[in-house]
Design a binder for this molecule. Structure first.
Ligand code: PEP
Length: 254
């Protein structure tokens, strides 16, 4: 079975002390995870080393950066490069979160550059896609996300797309308390898998983990994750409360 993932996106929340406590509370719960299950914490840059050292060698846990810059190095004051992340052994990086696309004007082309850099430095992208409300209301969401994948991912050779991680995050469901229905989530995840199959092949498409994001909570995670093509979640608000995120981790497909 492809990897089932509970990914926490802490965004720009928590002080260092609060972050340490949250992580400790989650790790102290000693949730048993199967070999094909994983929990990833996407934490603010200054907390990456602390989080890395807290999870030590526990294979079922990993940390992710929430972003990286699209250039290798140089005069880009305030930015963080992929090589810097590699040098502190970060193995994952969230790319193309809708907040990055909206507030920092990240385009599909810029994201293609970031994807390339991540792969060059052996960092696995968690690539976010998803449509705004106006697109959902016009029923053109499939075309919209297809373009996001075509312009940012489909230049990659097949071996790079194998075991890739994608997060489908309908923007109208992020931080709004409005969750996609299981039918809406399954329909879009199946669509994403089908376009990957069309571009590459269906065997490869079956290895891609497609996470759902958008108001995943302790009380709806199990139902969402039970959908055939939903391989876990990327969780914002509920990942800031230890008890809630522990429940979400426990909701991964067995
Ligand atoms: C997110 O930030 O990726 C997200 C899905 O947020 P929330 O769970 O709060 O909707």
């Amino acid at each position: 079975m492809r990897k089932q993932i509970a990914a926490a996106n802490w965004k720009m929340n928590l002080t260092y002390q609060q972050a340490e406590k949250l992580l400790d509370d989650i790790l102290d719960a000693e949730i048993e995870m199967k070999p094909d299950q994983q929990t990833i914490f996407a934490v603010p840059y200054p907390y990456l080393i602390m989080a890395k050292s807290d999870i030590e060698e526990q294979k079922q846990y990993a940390v992710a950066a929430q972003n990286c810059y699209s250039k290798k190095s140089g005069a880009y004051t305030g930015e963080v490069s992929i090589e810097m992340l590699r040098s502190i052994n970060v193995n994952y990086c969230v790319l193309g979160h809708s907040e990055r696309r909206e507030y920092f004007a990240e385009s599909n082309t810029m994201l293609a550059d970031k994807v390339n850099l991540c792969l060059e430095f052996n960092i696995e992208p968690i690539f976010c896609c998803g449509e705004p409300l106006s697109i959902r209301e016009a029923s053109t969401q499939n075309d919209f996300v297809t373009r996001q994948l075509e312009e940012s991912l489909f230049h990659l050779p097949a071996e790079k797309m194998k075991n890739f991680i994608i997060a489908y995050e309908p923007i109208w469901a992020i931080g709004t308390g409005k969750t996609a229905t299981t039918e809406q989530a399954q329909e879009m995840h199946a669509h994403l898998r089908s376009i990957i199959a069309r571009q590459y092949n269906s065997e490869l498409a079956e290895t891609v983990s497609i996470l759902y994001g958008g108001s995943v909570k302790a009380n709806n995670a199990k139902e969402l994750f039970s959908c055939k093509d939903v391989d876990g979640g990327l969780v914002g608000g509920a990942s800031l409360v230890a008890a809630d995120f522990i429940e979400i981790m426990k909701s991964l497909k067995q």
